[in-house]
Design a protein around this ligand. Structure first.
Ligand SMILES: Nc1ncnc2c1ncn2[C@@H]1O[C@H](COP(=O)(O)OP(=O)(O)O)[C@@H](O)[C@H]1O
Ligand SMILES: [Mg+2]
Length: 329
């Protein structure tokens, strides 16, 4: 018996000559919050769209809730809830009507609909906005309504594509609270994000994805621990020469001399090794101008594995809105 709610093997997807998804394999276990963390254009939405049957699978295998995405799409759709990167509410309907309508489409009996709507409005704290038109909600509330809608049918798996894109940190943290509550109900969650902190705080496991490939997968702690005990940042009179010296020191696991500060990964606690580092550099006549010490963060993990900063070149900070829905406004 497998507890894998999502199983993906050797998934590939091309847009013309562009390989947007390049031989991706991963599994998500029941009850997990699993995140794809990666920059704009990494291929996150393409994968989520294939898994939710919105985009046709070209190559590879994917199963959701035990159903084959290509051959049993109807059953896959019955197993899932989706919160898109693009906002897709019906703006001329009230909060309650949006949920009612969704429940009706999925043939939920009236009593069940009412009950679920009450539960979800409570969960997303939209109770007092019941009769407000969707178009009059704030951005954060619209997103919460989308979340409630995605959960109407009590799906086995909830898919969220960049659920907090463009939101301030308070709104984002509230969303995390709701998602933790949903996890408690036993729902498996697959989400994408380009926010390090979001992946770090919320996920049981994270896959870092870049240029259509999964670079590494693990819990936030596993990923950070792989970078060693501490990270030391040094600015010196001669970084290249300093890097040479540092690489000969035991317990120094890696030295990155590409930036203004040398980035030094340590296999031991920095207090044990810092005196030795300073002595060795002094002996070579290298002057240390700045010292910074920190525990590895998700940012460090990302830079380490992809060789670039996630924020570089990221422009899109607002959720897009569906064209069809735009037309209704
Ligand atoms: N419909 C499309 N037609 C052509 N290229 C696309 C299409 N959708 C996405 N792409 C390209 O595929 C790559 C991956 O896109 P996407 O899956 O949206 O990444 P992400 O969600 O991580 O930003 C990008 O280079 C993007 O420009
Ligand atoms: Mg996307």
């Amino acid at each position: 018996m497998t507890a894998n709610v999502i199983e993906v093997n050797n998934l590939e997807h091309k847009y013309g000559d562009l390989k947007a998804v390049d031989n991706i394999s991963f599994t998500v276990q029941k009850g997990e919050i699993f995140s794809f963390l990666g920059p704009n254009g990494a291929g996150k939405s393409t994968v989520i769209n294939i898994l939710t049957t919105l985009r046709k699978l070209q190559k590879g295998e994917a199963k959701v809730n035990g159903y084959d995405v290509a051959k049993e799409s109807k059953y896959v759709r019955k197993s899932i809830g989706i919160v898109f990167q693009m906002m897709c509410l019906d703006y001329e309907m009230t909060v309650c009507e949006n949920l009612e309508y969704h429940g009706k489409i999925y043939s939920m009996p009236k009593e069940e609909r009412r009950k679920r709507i009450d539960e979800l409005l409570k969960l997303t704290e939209l109770d007092n906005k019941r009769n407000t038109l969707a178009k009059d909600l704030s951005g954060g509330m619209k997103r919460r309504l989308e979340l409630a809608r995605g959960l109407m049918t009590k799906p086995a798996v909830l898919f969220l594509d960049e659920p907090t894109i463009g939101f301030d940190i308070q709104t984002r943290m509230r969303m995390w609270e709701y998602l933790r509550e949903i996890k408690k109900e036993g729902t498996t969650i697959f989400m994408t994000t380009h926010y390090m902190e979001e992946a770090d705080q919320l996920s049981d496991r994270i896959s870092i994805i870049d240029h259509g490939k999964i670079i590494v997968t693990g819990t936030a702690l596993e990923l950070k621990n792989q970078l060693g005990e501490d990270l030391l940042y040094l600015e010196t009179s001669d970084n290249k020469a300093a890097a040479e010296v540092l690489r000969t020191i035991e317990s120094v696991t890696a030295v990155d001399d590409d930036a203004k500060s040398l980035r030094i990964m340590l296999g031991v606690d920095v207090t044990h090794i810092l005196p030795k580092i300073m002595d060795s550099l002094r002996q070579k006549g290298i002057e240390i101008t700045t010292v910074n010490i920190k525990k590895p963060s998700m940012d460090d993990v990302f830079v380490h594995y992809t060789g670039h900063d996630l924020r570089e070149g990221y422009t899109q900070e607002k959720p897009e809105e569906c064209e069809t829905v735009e037309a209704l406004k």
